[in-house]
Design a protein around this ligand. Sequence first.
Ligand SMILES: [Zn+2]
Length: 92
Amino acid sequence: MGLRPFRWQPHDGERHAIDDNAMPTQETATLCGAELTVPAARPTKQQWCWPTCTACDAAWRLAEGIPLFLPQQRDTNRKTAQPCESRRPTRT
Ligand SMILES: [Zn+2]
């Protein structure tokens, strides 16, 4: 395992989820329906700090069966330690 169907791609001020098979310079669409060309350059650290597209996040969770709400989730130490959110949806 370890392979995931999507990956995050910073685009237009937000981090969207795209098909993980999409290659650089290839045209693809985000899970929220926006079309984009996969950039050849890797995203910058700053771009990874862009807010997560909530529509893509929800679609990704739906596709992988990850619950939207985690009532039992405890606070993590990451919130104070890292300014950026996790790049991937939280798994239970
Ligand atoms: Zn999106």
